[in-house]
Design a protein around this ligand. Structure first.
Ligand SMILES: Nc1ncnc2c1ncn2[C@@H]1O[C@H](COP(=O)(O)OP(=O)(O)OP(=O)(O)O)[C@@H](O)[C@H]1O
Length: 308
């Protein structure tokens, strides 16, 4: 029995279109399944909790949606050892699918789930918002503080993205907002503590991304050497760069070459704490759970058992 959680609105309606394709194949193969549509933000978390509570033993949960829906599902799993997670990407960014090599074609993705070639235990991240009432949040792919989170926040609010997504051109909005936010994001000073030891106090931080996988923002290779099975976060810390220099370096992120330049540090760790001198947005898998100044991010090794 497969429990499908579907975000019909992912990528401006691609979710529902993909579901009809997947459903007809499931029916054709006479596969036993349940299917529930998400209706609002946070609903995928509630549905996951419900599926896990109502079905004893191992559950096959299949997510059809974008990275945001995967994030909500990961935050609803009470006991990872009882869940096998399948994924059919239908979002606009699909960074998790890109990193794992999950096909964009819904039928191919479904066939992989029905006849898995392998299962893999993947790390997840967990973020605590210090001195805030916001509950800790898990993430499957990426989290970030500063610039990347500001881009996510503005993209989410953009009605233009929803319209352009229908023509497969939502990425244009990302690029436009990414350039705009380079000039609007306030650079912060922050103390960074890595695995319990103070690394440094940095001036003019643009962003600190804590990554499980390589990609965020729809294919930006933020941490090219990230591995979801090494039990570590891959960090990208950008600091002390002028806006013009950052603009010039921005295209190099698409191929992961930005890491060679001064002012862009990448490293691995189990835990990172960032204490900034002002509040800024924080994202987890492209969604914004908080605007704050002090976070602690951890890697929890080998949590999700993913069908690949
Ligand atoms: N029925 C719904 N109507 C509106 N919003 C919804 C609905 N169901 C879920 N959502 C919200 O949509 C958000 C984004 O969805 P999702 O990440 O699946 O797609 P996306 O943003 O197009 O893809 P990506 O994250 O890969 O860019 C989720 O965080 C969720 O809260």
């Amino acid at each position: 029995m497969y429990h499908f959680i579907i975000n019909p609105k992912s990528s401006s309606g691609r979710g529902i279109r993909y579901w009809w394709i997947v459903k007809s194949e499931l029916d054709r193969q006479q596969i036993s399944y349940s299917a529930t549509f998400t209706k609002h933000m946070g609903h995928a978390t509630e549905l996951t909790e419900q599926i896990c509570n109502e079905n004893p033993g191992i559950k096959n949960i299949v997510v059809l949606g974008g990275d945001g829906t995967i994030n909500e599902v990961v935050n609803g799993i009470p006991n990872f050892s009882e869940v096998l997670l399948g994924y059919i990407p239908s979002g606009s960014s699909n960074d998790l699918a890109r990193s794992l090599g999950i096909p964009n074609d819904p039928i191919k993705a479904l066939c992989n789930i029905l006849k898995p070639s392998k299962f893999q235990y993947l790390d997840i991240g967990k973020i605590d918002f210090i001195n805030m009432s916001t509950a800790p949040r898990k993430f499957a792919c990426s989290s970030g503080m500063g610039y990347d989170a500001n881009v996510c926040m503005e993209v989410q609010a953009s009605p233009l993205k929803r319209r352009l997504n229908r023509f497969g051109a939502g990425k244009l909005v990302y690029i436009a907002i990414a350039i705009k936010q380079l000039f609007f994001t306030k650079q912060l000073n922050a103390t960074v503590i890595v695995d319990g030891v103070k690394k440094d106090t940095y001036r003019k931080i643009l962003l600190v991304s804590s990554m499980i996988h390589k990609y965020e923002g729809g294919g930006l290779r933020i941490t090219p050497d990230a591995s979801p099975t090494d039990g570590k976060l891959s960090i990208c810390l950008v600091h002390g760069l002028s806006k013009l220099r950052t603009l010039i370096l921005l295209p190099t992120i698409f191929v992961g070459k930005h890491v060679k330049f001064k002012g862009i540090e990448t490293f691995h760790c189990s835990e990172i704490e960032i204490i900034a001198d002002d509040i800024t947005a924080v994202h987890t898998d492209g969604e914004i759970p908080a605007v704050c100044s002090h976070i602690k991010v951890q890697c929890i090794a080998g949590q999700i058992r993913m069908i690949l």
